[in-house]
Design a protein around this ligand. Structure first.
Ligand SMILES: CC(C)(COP(=O)(O)OP(=O)(O)OC[C@H]1O[C@@H](n2cnc3c(N)ncnc32)[C@H](O)[C@@H]1OP(=O)(O)O)[C@@H](O)C(=O)NCCC(=O)NCCS
Length: 82
């Protein structure tokens, strides 16, 4: 199982196949076809556009489909962020 920090293609380079190629490469490197149980990452619930992209790769919404919760204990330096 791997956790991605963030999946992001700079605006100027979008729509050229880079996102798809990167997604496939990361999955391949992780061993998604044989030794890796899955890839995980976070997506803001409001980011509907990107959700549509991930659905093309059969990504599952772990919150609505598997009732997972994203948990955090805040450190003092993070007290005011969302
Ligand atoms: C989503 C994102 C990765 C797509 O990258 P991209 O390089 O523009 O995508 P590609 O050019 O590789 O597109 C691949 C395919 O997906 C489709 N696609 C791209 N963005 C899409 C979207 N938002 N919704 C539906 N389909 C999309 C393309 O039309 C293309 O289809 P095709 O294979 O039939 O031609 C990019 O827009 C991005 O970085 N967005 C911000 C992501 C973000 O918010 N990250 C933080 C949370 S993880």
């Amino acid at each position: 199982m791997i956790f991605l920090g963030e999946f992001y293609i700079r605006t100027a380079h979008r729509g050229t196949g880079l996102g798809k190629a990167l997604m496939e490469k990361v999955a391949e490197q992780a061993g998604i076809k044989d030794r890796c149980k899955g890839m995980n990452w976070l997506l803001r619930a409001s980011n509907d556009s990107t959700w549509q992209f991930y659905r093309r790769f059969n990504a599952i919404d772990m919150t609505t489909q598997h009732e997972w919760r994203f948990m955090r204990v805040k450190g003092d330096s993070d007290a005011h962020s969302s």
